[in-house]
Each structure stands twice: as structure tokens, then as C-alpha cells.
Design a protein around this ligand. Sequence first.
Ligand code: NAD
Ligand code: ZN
Ligand code: ZN
Length: 404
Amino acid sequence: MAGNKAVSYVGPGKVEVDTIEYPGFVLKDGPGVNPANVGRETQHGVILKNVATNICGSDQHMVRGRTTAPQGLVLGHEITGEVIETGRDVEFIKVGDLVSVPFNIACGRCRNCKEGKTGICLNVNPDRPGSAYGYVDMGGWVGGQAEYVMVPYADWNLLKFPDRDQAMEKILDLTMLSDIFPTGFHGCVTAGVTVGSTVYVAGAGPVGLAAAASAQLLGAAVVIVGDLNAERLAQARSFGCETIDVSQGDPKDQLAAIVGEPEVDCAVDAVGFEARGHGRESATEHPATVLNSLMDLTRAGGALGIPGLYVTGDPGAGDEAARHGSLSIRIGLGWAKSHSFTTGQCPVMKYHRKLMMAILNDRVQIAKAVNATPISLGDAPRGYHEFDQGAARKYVLDPHGLLN
Ligand code: NAD
Ligand code: ZN
Ligand code: ZN
């Protein structure tokens, strides 16, 4: 078989497009592959020809050198593709199916999978619960920013689109089902968003914008998005959100002018550990700022959805404690207000089918909300660079030139 062009991590600030081995049904050694996964058979898997594979803020944490990702790691966990080969043990998924791949790799057999907690599957990552394609410390499954990728446990993991032609027409929306749309939606569901809620979403990156669109879909009365990037705040306003520029000060102080009081019902952290401070502190990183400000501005009894990523090790952190993932969180405040918190990987499978139906029936315009922008696989280094510079876009790689 021919090779496989793929995007790999070279070093801080640098990715390149290389030719790697065409995928098969036995896991091989390679950059970031857990030794205990080498030789593992995946006859329950399929090979996909990737139709759309997106660049994510989660990739940027690695590419900025803020994780222990090794050189040569093949990136990409947001995958949509066509099945071109099925393993011996695949029963229901067929060659020719057009499918969305949840970024979490899950076995469908362990206790957590059986409880629907597919973001912390026990059988796919020898280091710890939870796994993803193309990600540091996630078992070493080869990433999908590539022409082809192997997806294990295919009958369990894959969401098949009901009609190929209809799906190709909405492919820039459907490609968001692999991660950011379910992730934003999960952030809102776990923050308790319902009809009439007032919602603050920290971060106007693709996940924050997907959360904002999800809050609208869930019936929120007011959706306020905070960021310090003017272009991204304008993107949030383009579909009816209110916005707060956090470089002007604490978002709490700007809330009253919008909702009539300095608090909201529900809050979503779509920023994570690379958070900037507020007001005069916005020039530098303050990893606990978003969590502390969300506790401050969420009503007593409210909830915080926290899809923003927090790491166990951050070699680029400003202080020793943060290098080990310890942040200065004001937990006493959250306790006093009886807040609930939901962290972790979004269990994509819980939501992807219903969100697919919302897309196919024109209930939501997710590609428009996040400004989905297709580019070629060869342009991935440019996409990474512009996304890192804060472009108000969600870059969608098009490895086979199938997107318009
Ligand atoms: P991104 O980096 O594009 O967006 C983050 C945004 O936050 C940026 O626009 C930045 O300017 C803004 N920001 C920084 N400090 C802020 C502050 N104090 N207040 C408000 N905004 C602030 O990333 P993204 O792709 O939108 O992803 C967001 C986060 O979600 C990342 O941490 C990513 O790893 C995480 N993520 C988690 C899951 C999950 O399953 N839990 C899935 C996907 C992404
Ligand atoms: Zn992602
Ligand atoms: Zn499992």
C-alpha cells in the first residue's frame, strides 16, 4: 500500500507534513506510542479515508510546547471519513459508510464505557483512563490529521451519517461532531443550561463558540461570551451572543450592564490552563483566573461546566506548583456557593447522534458559528500558525480535496 501523508509535531511552534506508514490492524511502535500498546491487534477496527479533520485548541497546547508531547507525534483527533476497509471482527459498519469519529477512543466493554463515560475508558490507554487519537499521554494511537487513519472498536465508536449526499452537503457542520460541538454542548449541559438561563462562556475560541451555540440551542435567555480577542468576540456577536472583553477588567463587573445583576445562572470554562488574567493582568498567563472568576460570577447553587483543559504536567508553566498541575483555586468560594463542577474529556458519544439530527434538520448552524474554514493538508502548518495567532476560524483540513 502507498504511504500516508500526515501532520506531525516537530517542536515548539512547529508542525510538518510527513509521509508515515499506511495504517493497519496491528499497533506499531512510533513517537508517543505506549510500549504496552505495541503489537496490539485491532481487528475490531476500520481504516478511514479522511474527509475532514480539524485543528483544535487541544492540539495547540502540544504544539506550543506546553505538554510532554514527543517529536514526531502524529496529530489529529477530530476525524470524519469514509470507511475503506473493515477489520475481521467488524460486524455492522460497512465499506462506503461516511462516519464521524468521537475523539475519545473507547472500548465499549469496560465499566466506564458501560456507564457512558467514554472519555475515561479503562482499556485503551495503559497509562491512565481516557484516550484520544494523536495526543500526548493518550496511549499513542496514531492521529487523524492524515489521509488515512485506523479507528478501533468501530461498531461501538463510529456514528454513521444516514445519507452520504445529504451529509456531504453539510460536511462542514458534521465535522464538528467529532469534538467541539459535543464538547461545547456538554459544557452547557453540565453547567445546567436550560430554557431561560443566563449563561457566561469564558473563551471565544471554537469550543467557546460551540458552547455559545449550544446554549442557544438549549434555550438560554442570554448568552454572554468573554475573551480578549476582538476578532473572536465579533464572531460571537455574529450569531447573537453578547460579549465581554476581559482585557478591560473582571467579567463580573461587566455582567450587570447586560443581565441586570453581577451574576449568571450557568458558566462554562472554554479556556483551560493557558488562561490569561483579567484587566491589567491580561498580558500574562494566570491559569486559575477563569475558574476563580466563574465561581465569583455564578449564582449560589449554580454549576460550572469545565471543558477547558487542565493538565497534570506543564513544562512551560510560570511556577513550580503549576508545572505539576497544581493551581491556586479558590475552592472555599465554590464550596460556600454550593457550586457543582464538571471537568474532563467530553463523552462525545452521549451527544453526537442528537446533535447530528439537529444539524441535518437545520436546527443549528455550527459551522457558521465557529467560522469553519477548509484548507488543504499541506497548508496545515499555516493553519496551526494562524490559529495560534488567534484567527477567529476553525480550520478544517481537507486531505483528499473533497470539501468545497
Ligand atoms: P483556543 O485556544 O482557540 O481558545 C481559547 C480562547 O480563550 C482564546 O480565544 C483566548 O484568547 C481565550 N482566553 C484566554 N484567557 C481568557 C480569559 N481569562 N477569559 C476569557 N477568554 C480567555 O481553544 P479551543 O479550541 O476553543 O479550546 C478551548 C479549550 O477546550 C482548550 O483548553 C482545549 O484543550 C479544550 N478542549 C477540551 C475538550 C474536552 O473534551 N474537555 C475538547 C476540546 C477542547
Ligand atoms: Zn479537539
Ligand atoms: Zn472502555
